[in-house]
Design a binder for this molecule. Structure first.
Ligand code: ADP
Ligand code: MG
Length: 683
């Protein structure tokens, strides 16, 4: 009866899985047969690597198998409690070795004399050979482990489930799907990696014959996972072509441009044209607008919002922070001044009275613009006539979140997603493949040149002299530090303690302020405004300035411990200076012990201002996770693929043509795969 199960069938179809076990498995996120297949071993124990105790060498990672001959439990309340709480001696035919536990409780507490155990860990030499806190397998497990041929999988567990249990379940899951697994990857890719089919790939991931085979299999599974995700995104996009949108009346870009104090750059004009075409279309726009910090994305958003509002509909801009929302509000108000359109702002800090007023106005008006943080998505906000949602700084919002926002509305609003993180093509396809992409690749004219220099720690004095001079010229300065709180364990300069130094030093007379992530939103806004107005000229901060500060007078940035930041992040940071016509300087000061490689990275940053080149470098040196930023909400937790190491797989995936919509629909109906929280209803 266990034969021929589908991957989407419940684990309870397997023999021996009743209610209790089902609940335990759920704790491991295992619900279906497919989940069992995807429960990938943490590692494998190579049976061939079990060493005779007499052959052990200190420092080696060893696997030993023997019987417990004695146990010594520390008595409580004696001495200062520094010694081990338990030691056990195990021996095989060749000798004996001590296992030492400093923590009471599992697994040491389970040991009894006479038990067979298999212990893994690093051999230390301290009053004889010793393994501290070994990984342990008891009795029956230990015997099977020691006697089994080849490599044995070691799985992530939860209390109540043993290696033996999970291993057996996975084996029967594998048996039950033999012959019925559907292919995901193009067959050529699987066979050229040396596997006859997908089933054999799973088999090798769990029970490989060699470490190399295991690695190949895991690689294929990671590739499959990324490929499937990419295919889902492209299916989402294809499917929405048939969604009903809200066509907007045409609004010539030139009419808009004539109200601006400057002319659009050719890149801006082209993107506005693309947006214009999308908006007039029957199906909803789904567009990603990428452009470096300062490239002028806001004006494109303004164009889209104004076109929508002139058409009698509501346009909204969703900003990740209150600071950014306020800034968009003042920019949009300026852009709208020639159009007699209302612009509203709504954030977490908006008072109840103001909220009520805004809600009323939104209901009455036809054609307006609403700007705010997540507060604009709360139930009481009347978004009935919402026809355009602009999402600023994409990397804080994910696909699933975005879909949830938009697909519940019928007709579905247009979506314009703006990102200042240049995303290399390979990544864009893998993670933003549900969107059409527009790029602003040229900076507006009249901007100064930003020179980036890597400065040795010992040369910081001269940088401070330079900073003093710029301040005397009336310019403004950012001092950026990686952490807010000083950590006792490291001598990293943190923003708060640096601020203390700065405001008691020679820079103090120019006015100083501190900006960090854990300040209240109102405090952040207050200090940002002081800096914008020039009441203070030195802003000491953490990376919160990364998004949202636009101060043309800011010409110098110093980044301390610069090697700790990703290149893309540093690139974003330095985009905060040189926004006026004046030249600007960005000083990267690595800490004294910075590695050669990290210095090389900083020098690369100094040598180019092209965000895409930098992102590509980050991608190869530090992995996709680095480029996409820390707050990757919505980027799924992959089970096998690892975004910090699998950049090469993304490149491979970007060359493959995605699985067609119809097939994806069938696959998803069978819940082939679940990406954490993410589900694509309707796909
Ligand atoms: P970002 O892409 O980082 O959001 P912004 O939209 O904030 O960039 O634009 C950066 C600055 O450039 C703003 O001060 C804006 O007024 C100015 N700007 C934008 N487009 C042009 C243009 N075509 N000509 C001159 N200045 C421009
Ligand atoms: Mg912006």
């Amino acid at each position: 009866m266990e034969n021929h199960l589908r991957t989407d069938e419940s684990v309870s179809c397997l023999k021996g899985v009743g209610g209790a076990k089902k609940a335990l498995l759920k704790r491991l996120s295992i619900v279906t047969i497919g989940d069992l297949l995807m429960h990938i071993p943490i590692r494998h124990l190579d049976r061939r690597s079990i060493s005779p105790v007499s052959g052990l060498q200190p420092g080696a990672d060893a696997v030993v198998c023997g019987k417990v001959v004695s146990i010594n439990r520390a008595r409580r309340g004696r001495g200062r409690g520094r010694g081990p709480s338990l030691t056990a001696v195990i021996s095989d035919e060749t000798g004996s070795i001590k296992l030492t536990f400093f923590r009471a409780g599992f697994p040491g507490s389970k040991l009894e004399p006479g038990m067979s155990v298999l212990a893994c860990g690093k051999v230390e030499s301290f009053r004889g050979y010793n393994i501290v806190h070994p990984e342990l397998y008891f009795s029956r497990d230990a015997v099977t482990l020691a006697e089994a041929p080849g490599m044995l999988p070691v799985y992530p567990l939860t209390a109540g489930i043993t290696q033996g249990t999970i291993r057996k379940l996975i084996e029967s899951a594998l048996d039950s799907v033999k012959g019925s697994l559907v292919d995901i990857l193009p067959p050529g890719i699987v066979t050229s990696a040396g596997f006859p089919g997908r089933w054999e790939v799973f088999k090798a991931a769990h029970n490989p014959t060699s470490p190399e085979e295991s690695k190949k299999a895991l690689n294929l599974l990671a590739l499959e996972e990324l490929f499937l995700y990419r295919s889902i995104l492209s299916a989402v996009r294809e499917k929405s072509r048939s969604d009903h949108g809200i066509p907007i009346s045409s609004f010539p870009v030139s009419d808009f441009e004539s109200t601006l104090p400057w002319s659009l750059t050719s890149a801006q004009r082209q993107v506005c044209d693309e947006v214009s075409t999308d908006l007039c279309n029957n199906s909803p726009m789904r567009r990603l607008l990428q452009g470096d910090v300062g490239s002028g994305k806001t004006v494109v958003a303004a164009y889209a919002c104004i076109a929508t509002a002139l058409s009698g509909k509501l346009a909204a801009i969703l900003a990740p922070t209150e600071v950014l929302a306020v800034q968009h509000y003042s920019n949009l108000s300026r852009f709208c001044s020639s159009f007699n359109l209302e612009v509203h702002i709504l954030t977490g800090g908006t008072t109840t009275a103001a909220r009520r007023k805004t809600a009323e106005l939104l209901k009455e008006e036809s054609g307006s613009i609403l700007i705010g943080t997540h507060a604009i998505l709360e139930d009481w906000v009347p978004l009935d006539s919402l026809a355009l949602l602009v999402i600023d700084e994409q990397h804080r919002f994910g696909v699933a979140q975005r879909e949830r926002l938009l697909e519940s509305r019928n007709p579905r609003p247009h979506a314009l997603v703006m990102s200042a993180t240049p995303i290399p093509r390979t990544l864009a396809m893998a993670f933003y493949g549900d969107l059409d992409v527009s790029v602003i690749d040229k900076m507006p004219p009249g901007r100064g040149f930003t020179e980036t220099r890597v400065v040795a720690h010992s040369d910081r004095g001269s940088v401070f002299q330079f900073i003093l001079k710029r301040l005397q010229e009336g310019e403004r300065v950012f001092l950026v530090y990686p952490l807010k709180e000083a950590s006792e364990l490291s001598d990293l300069k943190d923003a708060a303690s640096a601020y203390e130094t700065v405001r008691n030093g020679p820079l103090a007379e120019f006015g100083t302020g501190l900006l960090h992530g854990s300040m209240a939103a109102s405090e952040k806004i207050a200090v940002t405004e002081k800096f914008t107005r020039g009441e203070i000229s030195v802003l000491v901060s953490t990376t919160v300035i990364e998004v949202g500060i636009d101060v043309p007078e800011a010409t110098v940035m110093l980044v301390a411990n610069a090697e700790r930041f990703g290149l893309s992040q540093l690139h974003q940071l330095r985009g905060r200076v040189g926004r006026g016509g004046r030249n600007a300087w960005c000083f990267l000061v690595p800490c004294e012990g910075a590695s050669h490689i990290s210095l090389e990275r900083l020098h690369l940053l100094a040598s180019t201002s092209n965000g895409f080149v930098i992102a590509e470098k980050d991608l190869t040196m530090r992995g996709p996770g680095q480029v996409l930023g820390k707050a990757q909400h919505g980027i799924p937790k992959f089970r096998v693929a690892d975004l910090s190491t699998d950049g090469h797989l993304l490149r491979e995936v970007s060359k493959m043509s995605p699985i067609p919509l119809r097939r994806i629909e069938t696959l998803m109906k069978g819940q082939m795969w679940r990406y954490g929280e993410m589900s694509f209803t309707g796909v």
